[in-house]
Design a protein around this ligand. Structure first.
Ligand code: ASP
Length: 603
């Protein structure tokens, strides 16, 4: 799957078919069929080549691509000037055809040029598909120029196609797009929220939604049955990783549905979006339980572009006398990239495992097979032939493979091996393709807080598995939720659940979470109240469109698929936001600013 420049030309058909008063044609629409026609094209000067005898060749770029124009008139032209060029289409001389672009066989000759706008020298070259070494902060400051590059044109077009594919897929199943408020009240996703002061009620604040969660549940109470929205959401979280304060998610909710129904809707929408961008139509969306994901891959968002699954060997080594192995859990798997793991790299892996919290890591390289099977390992001497065979067989290791083993508590063993699995796989294997995965049956709670209250793994409206409700007070950590995540290539794309629509169950969950009646009433009273007026069973999902677009475009950061992203410190390099506001504005909200910390810039 590569979305190269030729992908762009396939995505701009509608533009090409729709000229305007100023232009008869777009660049990528011109080819041999147009020979002899007088045409007008508009765009930016991508390159200027002056030949002797007063001939000037320019590549004129518009939203569809470029077309070569030959100008005989003497005139001053510079990169990125905006022109309207009128001339006659003729075949390029033999030997000068450019097969890489749709208009590569022709040129606009005898061109008459109207200069529509001049440009200062641009801060960085934009003709290449990739950005070279331009500092990202400079790119963001001149984002309007940066966005002219074919790579970003491609990304934003792909993103629009993703949105459109999602819309048509959901609308085919009767989903209705409904906008929910941006000026809202705290929502239950748990991240820090942006507050917006109210001028008419000084001292009071709206909150920008972290998700339309409560609004969409209310729409189910209102009987809309199937809602969706391509929703902007805001979370005031530290931007250490690849995040933005504001992001876009496909948000969906449906009534009278099972978990499987919701997953089917999302699978269809995501498959459609993937197909429209990459052309891939035969994608699998397998399902795995949370327990199995942790056990086999040490992660609740396994990257399935490679297998290398973890096996549990503690039973085989119980009472073996080998202290490092006789532990509650002993996990083992074949290291991705075994061949590249030299002795010093293996030593580094031991340190890495320790830095992740393991007591240690045992490695063993498989030598020989069958009768001649043995291992090269720091603990090789402690193992008899049968034990070696057990490990090699259980992990399906072949000659030359390195098996990695970590022991200790189950959770720690899985998190260490899961991290090593991904780190080694991404470093040493050539990973390609798209591997979607549904992870289901998440636990309802992810641990206990200092007061011994369970910590919700999802928002508190998630319905527990009916088979586990009895354990809510006695054994909360064993309760499964009716919740599910969609994973793509090791990234969590989104999550959803069947919601609680029964006030008694909701009260039980709030109690389990240590949320008092008063707090529940203050935070979510309006939703609980709505549930007293006939709430259908309902469930939904939300997934990140920024992340999906980045993965489908083969981009490493979501900033490459967002028109005007902020830096990792939340700065908008182009506008300078956030900025101080005047005292009179503050005054109208009844606010004064006490902290006068200098704003940091940069990423
Ligand atoms: N509101 C949830 C989120 O934004 C998703 C959902 O449960 O629908 O993560």
């Amino acid at each position: 799957m590569t979305l190269d420049e030729s992908w762009i030309s396939s995505s701009v058909g509608a533009l090409i078919g729709s000229p305007s008063g100023m232009r008869t044609d777009y660049a990528a629409g011109l080819d041999m069929k147009d020979l002899g026609r007088t045409v007008s094209a508009c765009g930016w000067v991508q390159s200027v080549r002056e030949h002797g005898d007063h001939l000037v060749f320019i590549d004129l770029r518009d939203a569809t691509g470029t077309v070569q124009c030959v100008i005989t008139e003497r005139m001053e032209l510079h990169l990125e000037w905006v022109l309207r060029v009128t001339g006659v289409v003729r075949a390029r001389p033999v030997g000068t055809v450019n097969a890489a672009i749709p208009s590569g066989e022709i040129e606009i000759a005898d061109a008459v040029v109207e200069i529509l706008s001049q440009a200062q020298p641009i801060p960085f070259a934009i003709s290449g598909h990739r950005d070279g070494n331009t500092d990202e902060l400079v790119r963001l400051k001149y984002r309007f120029v940066d966005l002219r590059r074919s790579r970003l044109q491609r990304n934003l077009r792909a993103r629009a196609q993703i949105n459109s594919a999602i819309r048509s897929s959901l609308e085919e199943s009767g989903f209705l797009e409904i906008e929910t408020p941006l000026l809202w009240t705290p929502t239950p996703e748990g991240a820090r929220e942006f507050a917006v002061p109210s001028r008419l009620q000084p001292g009071k604040f709206y909150v920008l939604p972290q998700s339309p969660q409560i609004a969409k549940q209310l729409l189910m109470v209102s009987g809309f049955d199937r809602y969706y929205q391509i929703a902007r959401c805001m979370r005031d979280e530290d931007l250490r990783s690849d995040r933005q304060f504001e992001f876009t998610q496909l948000d969906l909710e449906a009534s009278f549905v099972t978990q499987q129904d919701v997953r089917n809707f999302i699978t269809k929408a995501v498959a459609n979006a993937t197909a429209v961008v990459t052309g891939e139509t035969n994608l699998d969306f397998p399902t795995i339980t949370h327990r199995e994901a942790i056990s086999r891959y040490g992660s609740d968002k396994p990257d399935l572009r490679f297998d290398h699954s973890i096996v549990e060997l503690s039973e085989s080594f119980k009472g073996s006398g080998i202290r490092a192995f006789d532990q509650p859990s002993l996990g083992a798997f074949v290291a991705p990239g075994s061949a590249q793991l030299t002795r010093s790299k293996l030593d580094e892996l031991v340190d890495r495992a320790k830095s992740l919290g393991a007591a240690g890591l045992v490695w063993m390289r498989v030598k020989g097979q069958g009768e001649t099977l043995s291992v090269d390992s720091p603990i090789g001497k402690l193992l008899d032939g049968g034990q070696v065979a057990t490990i090699v067989e259980a992990t399906s290791a072949k000659e030359g493979d390195v098996v990695l083993l970590v022991s200790g508590e189950f959770g720690l063993v899985r998190s260490v091996l899961g991290t090593l699995r991904v780190e080694l796989g991404r470093r040493y294997l050539e990973l390609s393709g798209l591997k979607y995965l549904w992870v289901i049956d998440f636990p309802m709670f992810e641990g206990l807080d200092e007061q011994g209250n369970p910590i919700a793994a999802h928002h508190p409206f998630t319905m527990p598995n009916p088979d586990d409700i009895d354990m809510m007070q006695s054994e909360p950590l064993s309760v499964r939720a009716q919740s599910y995540d969609l994973v793509l290539n090791g990234w969590e794309l989104g999550s959803g659940s069947i919601r609680i629509n029964d006030p008694t169950v909701q009260a039980g969950v709030f109690t389990a979470l240590g949320i008092s009646d008063e707090e529940a009433e203050a935070r979510f009273g309006f939703l609980l109240n709505a549930f007293n007026y006939g709430a259908p069973p309902h469930g939904g999902f939300a997934f990140g469109i920024d992340r999906l677009a980045a993965l489908l475009c083969g981009e490493e950061t979501i900033r490459e698929v967002i028109a005007f992203p902020k830096t990792q410190s939340g700065m908008d390099m182009m506008t300078g936001a956030p900025k101080a506001v005047s005292n009179s504005i503050l005054g109208s909200y009844g606010l004064t600013v006490k902290v006068d910390k200098p704003m940091s810039t940069g990423s």
